[in-house]
Design a protein around this ligand. Structure first.
Ligand code: ADP
Ligand code: MG
Length: 398
């Protein structure tokens, strides 16, 4: 549910959940005496509320299945506790709809199968045991109710299927956009990289030509120099590849923020993307975070490039990293043109750019990368004074 397409703010999630919990509690309190039914109903409300409240903290499959199982249990409990409330049957038909919100295919199928199984048991109970005493509205037209139930499950399946197809398309589109933005930076770097490689190659070639003419070839004193130059060329190429390579596997590792920041600042300053600006990097404490290093690089490059592009010709950009309250905190500050509150609100919107050659995709990608690794991103800015971007990522303790 927390993927890129659904930036449903935690604040809204808790607001909606509080409302749902309030409704469930009201349902428990109204028209109820304290008996066994009340205790069972209350326990179900408690379990389901706990699952819903804990979900944003863990967001794993286990808690998703727990939520779906407990909500299934909850609605069947209501159905059996209050047989006179015939509308409970309608709720039973819609149980799999909750799992659609989690955008998890297998969870939806699980919920659907579970619901069909439970309704089978429930109808058998009504036909063989109850014989329509408590549930006359089901017993009297059993076939009609079964048909309606099946139709509702098929309807839910189609809604899920169409939503899922749309999401898959969006995901592919997003990956393409991310790759295109990466290629843009790569394109800018390519010419500079070629230039950097030509220098060491010229040195090595010069020596080789010299040796070619020397028929005795006794001296090897320049070999270390040549190897050194080739090492430089190799380093340049591997650095270049480290950001241009598409990373389909998206391997998540424990990444040292300092190493990534050093790589990025070195990359940007070596290849003249800084103009006459300077970068100041200061890392207070070692910060290990769980992320994909190429995506983290892409995030920092986007933010630092924005800071440089907003700065005057000789302005400087400061980058700091530190630990604060269990988080890695990275700040990127510039003394550039700054932004108004209105502009800050538009950040991260696809294609929002005030630059003549901007794509307006950089920050959208940054927001998604930050969100993917449970981080936070904040912009503090004043028009004409400058901007500070603050990034927060949960720390990993090695
Ligand atoms: P692009 O860089 O291609 O324009 P981004 O998504 O990276 O797209 O940025 C969107 C817009 O946000 C920029 O065009 C710029 O107006 C604004 N912006 C981003 N970072 C800064 C900054 N540090 N200072 C001032 N404006 C900024
Ligand atoms: Mg940008």
């Amino acid at each position: 549910m927390k993927e890129f397409h659904e930036r449903l703010h935690k604040k809204y999630y808790y607001l909606i959940i509080s409302f749902i919990i309030l409704l469930m509690t009201a349902g428990l309190m109204i028209d109820n005496q304290i008996d066994m039914g009340f205790v069972i109903h209350g326990t179900m409300v408690f379990i389901i509320s706990t699952c819903l409240l804990l979900y944003p903290l863990y967001e794993n499959a286990y808690i998703r299945y727990m939520t779906v199982i407990s909500s299934t249990g909850f609605f069947y409990t209501l159905f059996f506790l209050y047989p006179e409330t015939w509308s409970d049957f309608v709720l039973l038909c819609f149980i799999p709809a909750f799992s659609i919100l989690f955008f998890d295919k297998w969870l939806f199928y699980f919920s659907l199968v579970l619901n069909v199984l439970f309704i089978g048991i429930t109808f058998s109970y009504i036909v063989w045991m109850d014989k329509g005493v408590l549930y006359p509205y089901i017993y009297k037209d059993l076939t009609g109710n079964i048909v309606n139930f099946i139709a509702s499950q098929i309807l839910l399946y189609f809604i899920f299927h169409l939503t899922d197809l749309r999401m898959q398309k969006q995901r592919v589109y997003y990956e393409q956009v991310q790759q295109a933005e990466r290629m843009k930076t790569t394109g800018q770097l390519a010419a500079a990289v070629a230039h950097e490689i030509r220098n060491p190659l010229t040195v090595v070639k010069g020596f080789l030509q010299y040796y070619a003419e020397d028929e005795t070839l006794k001296t090897k004193q320049n070999f270390p120099l040549m190897i050194n130059e080739l090492d430089t060329a190799e380093h340049v190429i591997s650095q270049f590849l480290s950001i241009s390579k598409p990373d389909r596997e998206g391997r998540v590792q424990n990444v040292d923020v300092e190493i990534v920041l050093k790589d990025v600042t070195e990359l940007l300053s070596m290849y003249g993307l800084l103009n006459d600006n300077s970068l100041q990097l200061h890392v207070e404490k070692e910060c290990l975070v769980s992320a994909n290093s190429i995506e983290l690089k892409q995030l920092f490059i986007n933010l630092i490039k924005n800071a440089i592009e907003a700065s005057p010709e000789t302005g400087s950009v400061s980058i700091t990293a530190d630990q604060e309250k269990g988080n890695a905190v990275i700040r990127i500050s510039d003394n550039g043109r700054g932004m108004s509150d209105e502009e800050i609100r538009s950040l991260g919107t696809p294609f929002y750019s005030l630059k003549s050659k901007g794509t307006g995709l950089g920050l959208m990608i940054c927001y998604n990368i930050v969100e993917k690794y449970n981080g936070e991103i904040n912009f503090q800015s004043e028009s004409g004074k400058g901007t500070t971007v603050t990034l927060l990522f949960p720390l990993i303790h090695a």
